[in-house]
Design a protein around this ligand. Structure first.
Ligand code: FES
Length: 116
């Protein structure tokens, strides 16, 4: 049932209201679905005026990428071992680690549509 519902809405994505208020060099974590029922957390990051979306699950050892000010104004950080990830590509920075999972996001009129 849950997969059927996901498939139904996958084509249109979900609307995240108020993303236009997210300041440059900052990030905000949101819940997509119920985390206790297969949902996920996504970190929305604003870099270079554009919005990017990373899965909060860190690809290193399963920590959670946190939100708030981005490191050096452009990198999302997992506090478990302080690995940094570039929201534009998901790539790890200065460490050998898989990239963080990215999601497609499009912003228009101060709101965003997210495909996660
Ligand atoms: S688990 Fe995220 S940096 Fe190690």
């Amino acid at each position: 049932m849950l997969d059927w519902l996901r498939g139904l809405f996958r084509g249109r994505g979900i609307v995240i209201e108020g993303t236009g208020k997210l300041a440059e060099g900052h990030s905000k974590k949101i819940d997509v679905g119920d985390p206790l029922a297969g949902g996920k957390q996504v970190v929305l990051c604003r870099v270079g005026g554009k919005l990017f979306a990373l899965d909060a699950l860190c690809p290193h050892e399963g920590g959670r990428i946190h939100d708030g000010p981005l490191a050096e104004g452009k990198y999302a950080v997992c506090p478990l071992h302080n690995y940094k990830f570039d929201p534009r590509t998901g790539a790890s920075v200065e460490v050998a680690c898989k990239a963080a999972k990215r999601y497609q996001v499009a912003e228009e009129g101060g709101n965003a549509r997210l495909w996660a």
